[in-house]
Ligand binder design. Structure first.
Ligand SMILES: NC(=O)C1=CN([C@@H]2O[C@H](COP(=O)(O)OP(=O)(O)OC[C@H]3O[C@@H](n4cnc5c(N)ncnc54)[C@H](OP(=O)(O)O)[C@@H]3O)[C@@H](O)[C@H]2O)C=CC1
Ligand SMILES: CC(=O)[C@@H](O)[C@H](O)COP(=O)(O)O
Ligand SMILES: [Mn+2]
Length: 359
């Protein structure tokens, strides 16, 4: 029986994790739940799953992780505020099923240095796919990682055609139902940029050996190319319950989590290059990842501010990545990476982004 703490239990990842657990009551036991503000749903979930330990907000989530004995902590919080709980889970020696990619990207080597081999299990669909494909060969046999991107709701549009798009249009993801921030990041391709950095940190592969290809159907969730020319891909209909279930009991599979592919009807899987002119976020993220230090934290913090401003009607769609780029360009590394320098860089980046947004 896996004892599971779910952070962000009221969100898209959290509720789908509870679906998996509900369907497998002899395999998983929920021992802790946390939300941001949604106390009503949190209480409902605690009652249904008979959970005594709950938390509201990131500080309480961190405390919950320290206080409650568990085998696995699923971090499904959104945003870099998930860093504290990620660090707490690693320090407590728990397996960290990581959906909250921001905490790894922002914390970088600080997070990696705390993690024992295999202690972080990726839940992000692309990274779960890569972790599954990597079982086919050794690290030395890996030539490149290929992350698939749906392309988001604006795939195929030119930069000019993106000037007037609305928040509602940005939230109409073609293949996945997810929270507001990650859905917006899919539309700008910032999500794929973050995922390139995430892949570099998780799998120790250099940036020039990590590619992105647009695959609008979101059936192939990512691929590993090996030195003999073989490419191993993981494919399934888009359903986060599959990577979540693997995260909860890695490396074991949970039966009947999602529907398999249907080979009795005709289907087409297509792949196309990313239009980097219309969607420059992946290139920018690679620069940021290579720069390292506090740059990824600055990239993410500026993006979080810009996404909020876009949804508040204060800036346009293209201003999101433009703002992130301008903040990144004006950032200067200041000393060694530490929790203090990270916090200072994030505060600086949020203020810098806010000034650009206001101006
Ligand atoms: N949804 C998906 O399919 C995928 C998501 N991810 C990643 O997983 C993470 C979660 O995404 P998703 O579930 O879509 O997001 P949601 O917005 O749906 O859910 C976010 C969760 O985090 C909680 N939360 C928000 N702010 C805080 C805070 N300050 N302190 C503590 N908890 C907080 C929310 O609580 P409340 O409800 O009370 O606001 C909610 O439970 C993100 O990092 C995302 O990139 C990765 C791959 C796929
Ligand atoms: C389901 C998942 O992992 C998301 O992070 C997904 O990657 C979003 O899709 P795109 O960013 O490819 O549009
Ligand atoms: Mn993803």
């Amino acid at each position: 029986m896996q004892r599971v703490i779910i952070l962000g239990s009221t969100g898209s990842i959290g509720t789908q994790a509870l679906d998996v657990i509900k369907a497998n009551p002899t395999r998983f036991d929920v021992v802790g739940l946390s939300a941001g503000r949604n106390r009503d749903l949190l209480d409902e979930q605690a009652a249904e799953f008979q959970v005594e330990n709950t938390a509201l907000g990131a500080d309480e989530a961190e405390q919950l992780v320290r206080d409650v004995d568990a085998d696995v902590v699923l971090n499904g919080i959104t945003g870099s505020v998930g860093l504290g709980p990620t660090l707490a889970a690693l320090k407590a020696g728990r397996t960290l099923a990581l959906a909250n990619k921001e905490s790894l990207i922002v914390g970088g080597d600080l997070v990696k240095s705390l993690a024992a081999p295999g202690q972080i299990v990726p839940v992000d669909s692309e990274h779960s796919a890569i972790a599954q494909a990597l079982r086919s060969g050794t690290q030395a046999e890996v030539r490149r990682l290929v992350l698939t991107a749906s392309g988001g709701p604006f795939r195929g549009r030119s930069r000019d055609q993106l000037t007037q798009v609305t928040p509602a249009e940005a939230l109409a993801h073609p293949t996945w139902a997810m929270g507001m921030v990650v859905t917006t990041n899919s539309a700008t391709l910032v999500n794929k940029g973050l995922e390139v950095i995430e892949a570099h940190l998780l799998f120790d592969v250099e940036y020039d050996r990590i590619d992105v290809v647009v695959h609008p159907q979101s059936i192939v969730h990512s691929m590993v190319e090996f030195i003999d020319g073989s490419t191993i891909a993981q494919a399934s209909p888009p359903d986060m319950r599959l990577p979540i279930s693997l995260g909860l009991d890695w490396p074991h599979r949970v039966g009947a989590v999602g529907k398999p592919l249907d080979w009795t009807t005709a289907q087409s899987w297509t792949f196309e290059p990313l239009d980097e002119g219309a969607f420059p976020a992946v290139q920018l993220a690679k620069l940021v990842g290579r720069a390292g230090g506090t740059y990824p934290a600055v990239f993410n913090a500026a993006n979080e501010q810009a996404v909020a401003a876009f949804h508040a009607g204060r800036i346009g769609f293209l201003d999101i990545v433009d703002t992130v780029q301008r903040v990144v360009e004006s950032h200067e590394l200041d000393g060694q990476l530490s929790l203090e320098s990270l916090a200072a860089a994030e505060t600086w980046a949020r203020a810098a982004a806010d000034r650009l947004i206001a101006g």
